[in-house]
Design a protein around this ligand. Structure first.
Ligand code: MG
Length: 256
């Protein structure tokens, strides 16, 4: 499938899809505390997305059973929400979700600390987030896709962290997963040339230890091979001639 360039009309719909998703992320973030189950977070996200007249895009995609992915500690991504999974003081939890507004998808992830977390875990979360913004310095028309990948990788690895290779970001639009793949490490070559109107989900997954991961028997839950913690940070972005527009952040740039 070819990489799509969105028209101004499509970009307006993407902006609204992403704006609504940012609101849901904000609310879910406020619920995170010791004692809450990941099921409760999932239920709230589902209700909010439905109340907006939108559709959760993870639910039933490739058979996935929930609205959000809630990935605790050594879970990298695709943690399935559960009534049995109760967040504990000192955990970190990655919340990944998206929605469809008038046929257009949004996708974003945040990693939160639960109560008091260790300095090491705080650093992991902060570096993962910053690695995304290091990538954004290269996310503009005329550059190549892997300029973003290389910047993410270099920053994260400078802290001794492992950059997950088995899963990557992606183009996004009328489908959640469009071309191109957006790796968080630099493959061979340069990647496609970035053009205004491309919309991408850029999503570093960064491990405290090895970059290697494995999938558990539920066929979804992706964990670090060494059992060390992992963090995830993602936004849907728009490539422009200048600075990228980070669609799943509030327009004033405030973090959600
Ligand atoms: Mg994504």
């Amino acid at each position: 499938m070819a990489v799509t360039i969105k028209s101004p009309h499509e970009i307006a719909l993407m902006r609204e899809s992403c704006r609504l998703l940012a609101i849901v992320h904000d609310e879910i973030g406020k619920m995170i505390r010791p004692g809450v189950s990941t099921y409760e977070l999932d239920k709230k996200a589902y209700e909010m997305i439905k109340d907006f007249g939108c559709t959760p895009n993870f639910l039933h995609l490739y058979g996935y059973p929930a609205t959000i992915c809630a990935s605790v500690n050594e879970v990298v991504v695709h943690g399935i929400p559960s009534k049995e999974k109760i967040l504990q003081e000192g955990d970190i939890v990655g919340i990944d979700m998206g929605l469809i507004y008038k046929g257009y998808h949004s996708d974003a992830a945040r990693t939160h600390g639960v109560g008091e977390i260790s300095r090491a875990d705080r650093q992991l979360i902060d570096v993962t987030k910053q690695s995304f913004f290091e990538g954004m310095k290269f996310a503009r028309a005329g550059n190549h896709l892997y300029d973003i990948s290389a910047a993410v990788q270099q920053y994260a690895e400078s802290f001794g962290y492992g950059v997950v290779r088995d899963m990557v970001g992606h183009g996004i639009g009328t489908r959640l997963h469009e071309d191109p793949e957006v790796p968080n490490f630099k493959p061979r070559g340069k990647g496609i040339r970035l053009q205004p109107g491309m919309t991408l989900a850029v999503e570093p997954m960064i491990n405290q230890g090895t970059w290697e991961v494995e999938i558990l028997e539920d066929d979804w839950t992706c964990v670090t091979l060494d059992g060390k913690k992992s963090a995830h940070y993602e936004n849907t972005i728009l490539i422009t001639e200048g600075e990228p527009e980070i669609l799943t952040l509030y327009r004033d740039g405030r973090e959600v």
